[in-house]
Ligand binder design. Structure first.
Ligand code: DAT
Ligand code: MG
Length: 138
């Protein structure tokens, strides 16, 4: 079990000014930030990041949304990071997310759901490497 996960604060949340509150909730939940950047994905980069979903009906919408404005990408560290972070963010659809989760607190819809969280240790490593060099991932 790895102690790292990868997150993005998505364009809906950065646009609404929720970045600080979301980072505060993440840190208060016991995660430490190992690497972080404010950036924006091109459509090609968003398409590559979400390539695993390319056969899904929402892929085009997802890629357009994820490249529509700034995001914050970060590598987070905590014991049991992947599973604990998925619990902290809540269900993909904010209408189904538990009270107090980041998606319940900040997401607008299943498509515009405020944050990404890796779903496995393997994907956390792949996704972290997508945004950060070895030097930045210390
Ligand atoms: P998660 O982000 O909870 O891991 P996922 O990996 O199934 O969810 O999907 C990736 C993203 O795709 C999700 O955060 C938002 C978007 N998405 C998923 N299901 C969708 C749907 N039914 N309609 C629109 N967008 C959807
Ligand atoms: Mg996922």
């Amino acid at each position: 079990m790895s102690n790292k996960t990868f997150t993005m604060i998505k364009p809906d949340a950065t646009a609404k000014g929720h970045t600080g509150a979301i980072l505060d909730q993440i840190i208060k939940a016991g995660f430490s930030i190992k690497a972080m950047k404010w950036t924006r994905l091109t459509t090609a980069q968003a398409g590559e990041f979400y390539a695993v979903h390319k056969e899904r009906p929402f892929y085009g919408e997802l890629v357009a949304f994820m490249s529509s404005g700034p995001i914050v990408a970060a590598i987070l560290e905590k014991d049991n990071a992947v599973a604990d972070f998925r619990t902290l963010i809540g269900a993909t659809d904010p209408a189904k997310a538990e009270e107090g989760t980041i998606r319940k607190n900040f997401a607008s819809s299943v498509g515009e759901n405020a944050v990404h969280g890796s779903d496995s240790d393997e994907n956390a490593a792949i996704e972290g490497s997508f945004f950060f060099s070895g030097l930045e991932r210390f």
